[in-house]
Design a protein around this ligand. Structure first.
Ligand code: GLU
Length: 486
């Protein structure tokens, strides 16, 4: 590679940060970091009608969440700014005027109504859609007439009527388009804003982008872009299109497949490092088998060549599994830090956290092994934080037991626990395990009664550790509450 690597992520602020778009950003970021290049963020905000409030913030938040830091772009600036297309209108206008002057573009005065009629007619006749080029060869007089009517024109690209446009895509190989299939698309709209095509080409050149890495859905735009580079006399960057992310039904990943905003996953308690690893492996692989790959290893080994040619499926189960792996790998401190915001969102857990951080820190190791998401941690630990447990009395009655034997068991346990001074897991086990045979019960029977009494649920973290963390007072209070239920 001779030119420095400069790649860009060029989102349009028209919606939430889609998993697919963010994976594209990730591929660009990995490529930049692998080759010591620059990762640039450019906001393509030229479609005023599709702009969505908050979309840009969501997209940048998503990048920050995954620590996809950018070297140039919003907030950080850079030598090639501004990085908002809406602030670069002059550049596009100049380019459009240059093309008009050269005879490679023309003013089009067709009204939206006429274009609509034309389109309807094309559909009716089963013709391919596209502008019919009515204004392509207007005489100066005809043009003057339209101007006099006060019509503000758009600028259209004069596509060569013959020939082919071809390029070598790093992933798809030789791609060939017949120019006759391309229509004279709009470069500059009547509001003075450029279309995506013009702005994209002008900026990729102006920002010295070396590689355009984007999803396959843009592949049909590339011949248009190449033709623009040609008439503008500019050298095009390299193009790399990667397959789209598919849902389990192999259709393009969309809303009907569930959460597609990457920030929903943050909300649901996925760790950014797990999401990072997961996204990198959708359509890319290190060696076809390794799944858990630390960030730096991904950076050191990323290559465009290993991007697969076919669409890769978004596998939620795999994401969940991976998140669990990453959760288990956290140190207790890291786990506490990660889970804290989720606990704060829950009233009881939040209060407990403010009241005693130490209590929470003792609880967390009991669920770290089991939790698949950070939000699940809140669920799994809920019973530690509430004053009163809400469960049905019938749950207390153990297998092959009745209400009376359950009451007896709870009372016996009460008697044993009351005088205890040390209330750690070992002491609890030493006291409670021998109690079962004394009562003529199996240990499983006794422990399940106690588990429901102190947690309100049949499945919970290890009983003695749980009771130790709850402490003597709370445990006894819960046993008393269980007795009053029966
Ligand atoms: N603004 C386009 C988008 O929303 C950029 C496509 C490209 O990378 O050229 O994805």
């Amino acid at each position: 590679m001779t030119k420095p690597v400069r790649v860009r992520f060029a989102p349009s602020p028209t919606g939430y940060p889609h998993v697919g778009n963010i994976r594209t950003a990730l591929f660009n970021w990995l490529f930049a970091r692998r080759y010591g290049g620059s990762f640039i963020v450019r906001i393509e905000d030229t479609d005023v009608t599709r702009k969505v409030e908050g979309a840009e913030k969501g997209i940048l938040d998503a990048l920050r969440w995954l620590a996809l830091d950018w070297d140039e772009g919003p907030d950080v600036g850079g030598d090639y700014g501004p990085y908002y297309q809406s602030q670069r209108l002059k550049l596009y206008k100049d380019a459009a005027e240059k093309l008009i002057a050269q005879g490679d573009a023309y003013y089009c005065y067709c009204s939206p109504e006429r274009l609509e009629e034309m389109r309807a007619e094309q559909v009716k006749r089963k013709q391919p859609p596209g502008y019919d080029r009515r204004c392509r060869d207007l005489t100066p007089e005809e043009r003057a007439e339209k101007e006099a009517e006060g019509i503000v024109p758009v600028v259209r690209f004069k596509i060569p009527l013959e020939g082919q446009t071809r390029f070598k895509d790093l992933i798809y190989g030789d791609v060939v388009f017949e120019n006759s299939t391309l229509d004279d698309f709009v470069l500059l709209k009547s509001d003075g804003y450029p279309t995506y095509h013009l702005a994209n080409v002008v900026d990729d050149h102006a920002m010295e982008i070396s590689h355009v890495i984007r999803a396959e859905e843009w592949i049909s735009s590339t011949p248009r872009h190449l033709l623009l580079y040609q008439v503008l006399g500019l050298e095009p960057p390299q193009f790399i299109h990667h397959p789209m992310i598919l849902g389990p039904d192999r259709a393009k990943l969309g809303k009907r497949h569930g959460a597609v905003s990457i920030l929903d996953y943050r909300e649901q308690g996925y760790l950014p490092q797990a999401m990072f690893n997961f996204l990198a492996l959708i359509g890319w692989s290190l060696d076809d088998k390794t799944e858990i790959i630390p960030r730096q290893v991904l950076v050191d080994n990323f290559s465009l060549e290993r991007i697969g040619k076919t669409g890769a499926i978004f596998n939620r189960e795999k994401l969940e599994w991976m998140n669990g792996v990453y959760i288990r790998s956290l140190t207790p401190d890291e786990f506490f830090e990660a889970v804290q915001p989720y606990l704060m969102n829950d009233i009881a857990a939040g209060e407990a956290l403010i009241g005693s951080e130490d209590y929470v820190r003792r609880i967390l190791p009991l669920v770290q092994e089991r939790a698949k998401t950070l939000l699940e941690v809140v669920e799994l630990t809920k019973f530690f934080f509430v004053d009163e447990l809400d469960y049905d009395a019938s749950m207390l009655v153990g297998k092959n037991m009745d209400a009376q034997s359950t009451v007896n068991a709870l009372k016996a346990a009460q008697q044993k626990l009351k005088p205890m001074t040390a209330f750690d897991a070992d002491s609890l086990e030493a006291v409670l395990r021998p109690l079962a045979p004394e009562l003529g019960l199996k240990t499983g029977q006794l422990f399940s009664v106690l588990r429901v009494a102190v947690t309100g649920q049949t499945a919970a973290p290890p009983l003695f550790e749980t009771m130790a963390v709850l402490g003597r007072e709370r445990s006894l209070k819960r046993i008393a509450a269980a007795l009053s239920k029966l």
